[in-house]
Design a protein around this ligand. Structure first.
Ligand code: 5AD
Ligand code: SF4
Length: 442
C-alpha cells in the first residue's frame, strides 16, 4: 500500500561538524521540495544522520529508531538512516530494524527526495559513491546564523589502522574552487560572519583558481578572505603531513584567519603512532608546532587523542601525557579506542583492558581540563573581540566566541552576528566573561 507523502521533516545529526553541514543541506533539500521543518515528535519524516566512528555512536541510531517506532500507528514517521552508519551497514539496517524506510549514504543524499518518493512503496536504499558530485545537485544556501560550516574536502586516503572514515566517506576529494567561493559568498549574504572550512583532511584540499593556477588551502582561504562582510575564517580537521609552508604562512598574514589550529596527533608514543599508521612521529609533530608558533605565537593548539589502542603500555600512555604538556594543548577531544569492523586495528593483538583504558581517559581528560583552564586564565585582562552567536542562560546575556574559540559570556543586548570589543574579566575552565570595552579616554 502506498503511504501518503510526508509533509514535514526533522533531521537529527550525530557526530562531526561535517555531519552537521550535511544535515543542514538535507534540510534545505527537503524544504525545496515543499516539506516543512518540524520537531522530532511531530515530523512525518525523520532523518537520522548517523556517525560510525566509534561503536557507541553507531549503536545510538538503533535506540533512536526504537523511540520513533514507539510512536506507533499513523503517527509513526517515515524513517531515513543517513550518514556513515548507512554507508557502512547498508541493507543490514532494515534487516535489523524493519521500521527503517530509507538508507542513504553521505555521498548520495542529494537523491533524498527521490528516495522519499520511492519509500512510499517499500524500502529505498542508496549507498552509491557517484562520480558526479552531490554538491552540483543541492539547492543554493539561503538561511544562515553568524557561524557557518562549508565542506571543501571529503574523504581520506591516510588509512589510520583504527579508522572507518576511508571506508565510509571514501577517497580524498576536493570541491572545485569556484563552487566553494560561490557558496561562501551565498553564506555571507545569508548572514554568516564566520566560515569554518570543513574536510576530513581539510588541509589536503587541492584545486585550481579561476586563472587555472594550482592552489592549496591557503590560496582558497585568501580568496574567501576577500569577501568584505566576512569577519572570520577557520578550518578543520587538519593532518600534520598536509600542513604546507603556505598554510603556516597564512596564519601570519591573513587577518581573518583565526589563531586556532585543530591538529590531531592521537598519541605521544612513536611505537603506537606507527601501529596506528599515522605516518608522522612525535618529533615531526613537535617541530611542526614550533614552526606554527614561530609565525603565530598566540595560536591555540587543539587535538584528538585515542587512549587504549592495542598494545598501549603505561609508558606509552605517559608519553602521550608528556606530549600534551610539551605542546600545551589549549583544548582537545579524547576517546577510548573502539574496535571498528573491517579496520586493521580491530584484529590487533594485546587489547587494553577496559578499566585500564577508562582510567587513562580520565587522567588524560583531567590534564586537558587543567591546560584549558590555564589557557583561559591567560586571557584575563586581555581586550579582544567576541562574535556574538546566541543567547546566554540568563536574560540580557549573550554568548560569543573569541578568536581562540573560547566561549565568552557578555552582558549585552547585542544581536547574533555582532562583533563586540570586550575586556576579559573572568576565566573559568570552559568559558570566559567579557565586559563591553569602554573606549580609552583621549
Ligand atoms: N576509536 C576511538 N577513537 C577514534 N577516532 C577515530 N577512530 C576511532 C576509533 N576506532 C577518533 C580520532 C579522530 C576522531 C575524529 O575520532 O581521534 O581524530
Ligand atoms: Fe581517520 Fe586517520 Fe583519515 Fe583522520 S587521517 S579520517 S583518523 S584515517
Amino acid at each position: 500500500m502506498t503511504r501518503p507523502a510526508p509533509k514535514s521533516f526533522h533531521v537529527k545529526s550525530f557526530g562531526c561538524q561535517m555531519n552537521a553541514y550535511d544535515g543542514a543541506r538535507m534540510g534545505e533539500l527537503l524544504e525545496a521540495e515543499g516539506m516543512a521543518p518540524a520537531s522530532v515528535e511531530t515530523a512525518d519524516l525523520v532523518v537520522l544522520n548517523t556517525c560510525h566512528i566509534r561503536e557507541r555512536a553507531a549503536e545510538k541510531v538503533y535506540s533512536d529508531i526504537g523511540r520513533l517506532v514507539k510512536r506507533g500507528g499513523a503517527a509513526r514517521p517515515m524513517i531515513a538512516v543517513a550518514g556513515c552508519v548507512a554507508q557502512a551497514e547498508g541493507a543490514e539496517i532494515p534487516r535489523r530494524a524493519p521500521a527503517v524506510d530509507i538508507v542513504v549514504g553521505p555521498q548520495a543524499y542529494h537523491r533524498l527526495p527521490a528516495l522519499v518518493r520511492a519509500a512510499r512503496d517499500g524500502v529505498a536504499l542508496d549507498t552509491d559513491m557517484p562520480a558526479a558530485s552531490k554538491f552540483d545537485a543541492l539547492p543554493a544556501r539561503r538561511r544562515q546564523g553568524p557561524s557557518a560550516f562549508l565542506t571543501v574536502q571529503e574523504g581520506c586516503d591516510k588509512f589510520c589502522t583504527y579508522c572507518v572514515v576511508p571506508y565510509t566517506r571514501g577517497a580524498e576529494v576536493s570541491r572545485p574552487w569556484a563552487q566553494i567561493v560561490a557558496e561562501a559568498q551565498a553564506l555571507v549574504e545569508a548572514g554568516a560572519r564566520e566560515i569554518t572550512l570543513l574536510g576530513q583532511n581539510v588541509n589536503a584540499w587541492r584545486g585550481e583558481d579561476i586563472a587555472g593556477r594550482p592552489q592549496g588551502l591557503d590560496g582558497l582561504i585568501r580568496a574567501i578572505a576577500e569577501i568584505p562582510a566576512l569577519a572570520r575564517i577557520r578550518y578543520t580537521t587538519s593532518h600534520p603531513n598536509d600542513m604546507s609552508d603556505g598554510l603556516i604562512a597564512a596564519h601570519a598574514d591573513i587577518d581573518k584567519l583565526m589563531p586556532f589550529l585543530h591538529l590531531p596527533v592521537q598519541a605521544g608514543s612513536d611505537r603506537i603512532l606507527k601501529a596506528m599508521n599515522r605516518s608522522h612521529d612525535t618529533t615531526s609533530y613537535l617541530r611542526l608546532i614550533e614552526r606554527v608558533r614561530a609565525i603565530r605565537p598566540d595560536i591555540a593548539i587543539s587535538g584528538d587523542f585515542i587512549v587504549g589502542f592495542p598494545g598501549e603500555t603505561e609508558v606509552d600512555f605517559e608519553q602521550t601525557l608528556a606530549l600534551i604538556r610539551a605542546v600545551g594543548h589549549a583544548q582537545a577531544f579524547s576517546f577510548k579506542y573502539s574496535p571498528r569492523p573491517g579496520t586493521p586495528a580491530a584484529t590487533m593483538a594485546d587489547p587494553v583492558p577496559d578499566d585500564v583504558a577508562d582510567d587513562r581517559l580520565q587522567r588524560l581528560q583531567a590534564l586537558i581540563n587543567d591546560q584549558q583552564h590555564a589557557f583561559n586564565r591567560n586571557s584575563l585582562g586581555r581586550r579582544t573581540e567576541a562574535l556574538i552567536e546566541r543567547d546566554g542562560k540568563r536574560p540580557g546575556q549573550r554568548i560569543g566566541k573569541s578568536p581562540w574559540l573560547q566561549s565568552i559570556v557578555v552582558e549585552t543586548g547585542a544581536a547574533p552576528g555582532e562583533m563586540l570589543t570586550v575586556d576579559i574579566v573572568a576565566a573559568g575552565p570552559n568559558s570566559l566573561t567579557g565586559a563591553i570595552a569602554q573606549p580609552v579616554a583621549a
